[in-house]
Structure formats: structure tokens, C-alpha cells
Design a protein around this ligand. Structure first.
Ligand SMILES: Nc1ncnc2c1ncn2[C@@H]1O[C@H](COP(=O)(O)OP(=O)(O)OP(=O)(O)O)[C@@H](O)[C@H]1O
Ligand SMILES: [Mg+2]
Length: 237
């Protein structure tokens, strides 16, 4: 069976640091898959490699039947993968609307307005703030914009790197509620999170990354119930 995303024995090095030591995973169309892992495990490295921002030393990435292993980032976006990066990275001196337009660079100009309208429907707050400079948005609003900017490309696979980072619990719940709506629109999601409990409640399946190697994988429910995962990643509660 072929999956929307297939990753085979992926290896990524930064000089002599081996950040990904041969990992294999898959994401089926329509799934939400969570990657858990401590700081420095290689989660962001994986996301950036899937987006074409980092070139792997070895291994293979296949998206929808296309070999994207060494493809440029813009072609990968055009194929249907969009990333909401760690730390949000919105363009602070541009308005909300301009940020969304930048995100929509792969869309035909005539479709950008409709794509933006779709994002404003998902995040009404962004519509209210559309003329505001992104750098003056709150942290939660910037996270919405980062996700919105990825959604403007009409991705089939949405990569989310730590969408809850640094946000108050109520904002985190709001963002996950919106993401639940997004997944109903046929968007497949690969999410990286240190908030493991939140991510596993949202996901169908999960993988655990430990310093560049996958250590566990399984249905999200099983990972949530596993004493080992609870002790290492879920804390109390
Ligand atoms: N540009 C870089 N140059 C050298 N080493 C890097 C670079 N980027 C990441 N690393 C190293 O690669 C390893 C994996 O980093 P990565 O950012 O992928 O981890 P992460 O799982 O996303 O961590 P966090 O939870 O803190 O975001 C770390 O040891 C990190 O120091
Ligand atoms: Mg990271």
C-alpha cells in the first residue's frame, strides 16, 4: 500500500552531528500523525527536511508518488506540502493580509483572494486584524497566522512544528479546536509537539523520536495509555 508520505531510512547530518540517524515512517491520506520527542531529538530537522529546506545525507522521501528527497522547497509546496514553522516566523513588518499573500505565492493570483477568505473563515480573528502588522500580534495570533499562511497554499499535507509553544492553555485549546476543524477538510496533518498529551488526543497515530532514532510508534490511544510513554513524555494528569 502506498501512503501519502513515505520516509525511508532518512539520515540528516549537521557537520559531524548526526541529527537523524535513519528514520522510517509513513502518513496515510487523511491521517493526523504526531511526532513526540524531547528537546534536540530531531523533530524540527525532520520537518525542515520534509519541506526541502534541509537536504538529507541518505534515505528517501516520497510524497504522493513523487520522490521529493532532494527537491527544492518551492516545488514541494506546489506538490502540496506546507509547513507552519517552529517559532512562528511571520513577517513582522508586513500586515496579516500581506503575510497570507506571501504564503499564497504558489496559487494563481485569481485564487489568492479566495484562499485568504478560506483562512479568514477558519480564523476570524485574523480577519479582524488583517491590516495589522504581524509583529504587533499576540503570540497566539501569530501562531494562527503561521498556520493560516500554510493553509493558503491549499496543502494536502500540513506540517505543524510546535503549534502550542509558549502559548497559554486557553489559546492552545483554541488552536487545537481549529485544527480539528481543519482536518475535517481533507487535510492530512503531521504535527510535532512537546505538549504530547494534547498532540496524542488530536492524532490518530504517533511516533516517538529519541536523539535521531524512532523508539516507539503506534495508535495515539495506545501511546497515551503506555506507562513508559506516560513516564517519559506525559507527566501527570
Ligand atoms: N543548523 C544546525 N547546525 C548544527 N546543529 C543543529 C542545527 N540545527 C539543529 N542542530 C542540532 O540537531 C539536533 C536536533 O535539533 P532539532 O532542532 O531538530 O531538535 P528538536 O527535536 O526540534 O528540538 P526542540 O524540541 O528543542 O525544538 C540538536 O542536537 C541540534 O542542536
Ligand atoms: Mg524543534
Amino acid at each position: 500500500m502506498t501512503h501519502l508520505l513515505e520516509v525511508e531510512d532518512l539520515q540528516v547530518n549537521y557537520g559531524h552531528i548526526r541529527a537523524l540517524k535513519g528514520i522510517s515512517l509513513h502518513v496515510a491520506s487523511g491521517e493526523v500523525v504526531a511526532i513526540l520527542g524531547a528537546n534536540g531529538a530531531g523533530k524540527t530537522t525532520l520537518m525542515r527536511t520534509l519541506s526541502g529546506l534541509i537536504k538529507p545525507a541518505a534515505g528517501k522521501v516520497t510524497f504522493d508518488g513523487h520522490d521529493t528527497t532532494r527537491m527544492g522547497a518551492d516545488r514541494i509546496v506546489r506538490l502540496g506540502i506546507a509547513q507552519s514553522p517552529e517559532g512562528r516566523r511571520v513577517f513582522g513588518t508586513l500586515t496579516v493580509e500581506e503575510n497570507l499573500h506571501m504564503g499564497g505565492f504558489t496559487r494563481p493570483p485569481a485564487e489568492i483572494a479566495a484562499s485568504c477568505a478560506h483562512v479568514y473563515q477558519i480564523f476570524p480573528r485574523l480577519h479582524e486584524r488583517r491590516a495589522q502588522l504581524a509583529g504587533t500580534l499576540s503570540g497566539g495570533e501569530q501562531q494562527m497566522l503561521a498556520i493560516g499562511r500554510a493553509l493558503v497554499t491549499k496543502p494536502r499535507l500540513l506540517l505543524l512544528d510546535e503549534p502550542s509553544l509558549g502559548l497559554a492553555p486557553i489559546i492552545v485549546r483554541n488552536i487545537f479546536k481549529v485544527l480539528s476543524d481543519v482536518r475535517k477538510t481533507d487535510v492530512t496533518v503531521l504535527i510535532v509537539e512537546q505538549n504530547a498529551r494534547m498532540a496524542l488526543k488530536f492524532a490518530d497515530r504517533g511516533y516517538v523520536l529519541e536523539v535521531g532514532k524512532l523508539s516507539h510508534e503506534g495508535p495515539a490511544r495506545e501511546l497515551l495509555a503506555s506507562p513508559e510513554i506516560q513516564a517519559a513524555y506525559l507527566g501527570r494528569g
